[in-house]
Write a protein that binds this ligand. Structure first.
Ligand code: AMP
Length: 405
């Protein structure tokens, strides 16, 4: 099945071809036809499944067709609400990429950066608005955003909105939307509160569930190096001599370690940058841009900073530190091997991380290949738990003991 068979208009097909997309992903196959028919959608799918194109293509196509006879004035006709700035920026990128031949305007608004450039763009006229909830409400309250002409509303990563405490803001936005509209809700999981929300905002939706990222784990080649903590940077540097590692996302547990690793590599001549919560939003965006553009080869990140990052053609994920929970391991390595590509995930297991490593293996149900032949190899051993302080037996009262009572 190709994109041509999905009734997608030529100018969009041309952009997809330029991107190198030939075969639709399962969510695109299932979502695009009902969305083009105008149905609401409830999609249970994670980032990495191609869900952005699944909603962006139909929205672009319908807006384009609508605006064909007369070029209507620019006003917000589609709103995509997403929890993080990174996701928002990536969704805007996707709309611009797929819609590059359509003359529609997509802009993004999110917090943590100055408001003026955003309000200037809003004043200049917009067709598609991508936003995070807080900044959107701010701008709405200040009268910069008018949603009365909205035709399409996408609520992206609804479960994360809930996790991140944004659900009240989301509800406030929904209350301001016109009731006649096409609505799409995406969520990786469907906790009861999200089901409830879905029931209240969707009308006879098409339901689509796409297998979670977990099942893609088998497609990723996974290796582990047992290495003493103090030698991890040296090991990383020695691996980077392999030219096959064209772009690596390296995960560390702490912000401090992300900086340390990135600096150590930098002094050795590796092009690198670090992203974590202490970096400004603009520094993070710039690092991501340089990484995507191939200007830097290694991006070192903490899990929080890497949330929702969408990076094409990532050759390697390297777990410099093991994550605390197996699910995070799956999310990390799921960033390589996207959209049907194969990928490589390398894990450094320090002397005190073997227990965590065994947990991960058990959880994913796969034996990870151990690379034994390297300069810094150690034999993994399970560290004994700290001995508990001896418990002094409680002194039994001698029933015959004489007391003064
Ligand atoms: P998403 O789930 O929307 O974050 O998309 C995951 C990644 O897959 C993005 O990097 C997209 O550029 C890419 N992608 C989406 N659809 C396709 C497709 N049909 N063929 C190849 N790559 C795709």
């Amino acid at each position: 099945m190709t994109f041509d068979s999905l009734n997608i208009i030529k100018p969009i097909l041309e952009s997809l071809a330029l991107e190198g997309y030939t075969i639709p992903t399962p969510i695109q196959l299932e979502a695009i036809p009902p969305l083009l028919e105008g149905r609401d959608l409830l999609g249970s799918a994670q980032t990495g499944t191609g869900k952005t194109a699944a909603f962006a293509i139909p929205i672009l196509q319908k807006l384009y067709s609508k605006s064909m006879p007369t070029k209507k004035e620019k006003r917000i006709k589609a709103l995509i609400l997403t929890p993080t700035r990174e996701l928002a920026a990536q969704i805007q990128d996707s709309f611009r990429t797929y819609g590059r031949n359509l003359g529609l305007k997509t802009i993004v608004v999110f917090g943590g950066v100055g408001q003026k450039p955003q309000t200037d763009m809003l004043k200049a006229g917009v067709d598609i608005l991508v936003a995070t909830p807080g900044r959107l409400l701010d701008l709405m309250a200040q009268g910069f955003i008018d949603l009365q002409f909205l035709d399409f509303f996408v609520l992206d990563e609804a479960d994360r909105m809930l996790d991140m405490g944004f659900i009240h803001d989301v509800n406030k936005v929904i209350a301001k939307l016109p009731s006649k509209r096409q609505t799409m809700l995406f969520s990786a999981t469907m906790p009861p509160l999200i089901e409830e929300l879905a029931n209240s905002i969707l009308v006879h939706p098409k339901r689509i569930a796409i297998t979670p990222v977990e099942t893609t784990v088998e497609k990723i080649e996974q290796f582990v190096y047992h290495v003493a903590k103090k030698n991890k940077v040296e090991l990383l540097y020695s691996l980077l001599k392999d030219k096959k590692i064209t772009s690596a996302l390296v995960f560390t547990r702490t912000k401090h370690m992300a900086n340390k690793v990135s600096q150590a590599l930098f002094t050795k001549g590796v092009t690198t940058d670090a992203i974590h919560g202490n970096k400004s939003q603009s520094a993070r965006i710039e690092a991501l841009r340089r990484f995507k553009a191939g200007e830097i080869r290694v991006l070192v990140a903490t899990d929080i900073a890497a949330r929702g990052l969408d990076i094409d053609e990532l050759s390697h994920v390297i777990n410099f530190d093991l994550p605390d929970v197996p699910e995070t391991y799956i999310h990390r390595i799921g960033r390589t091997g996207r959209a049907g590509l194969s990928g490589v995930a390398i894990t450094f297991c320090g002397e005190d991380e073997y227990g965590l490593f065994l947990d991960i293996e058990f959880h994913i149900g796969i034996k990870i290949n151990v690379i034994k032949d390297h300069l810094f190899a150690i034999t993994p051993t399970l560290q004994k738990p700290m001995p508990k302080p001896p418990v002094m037996p409680k002194r039994r009262r001698n029933p015959y003991e004489r007391t003064n009572r």
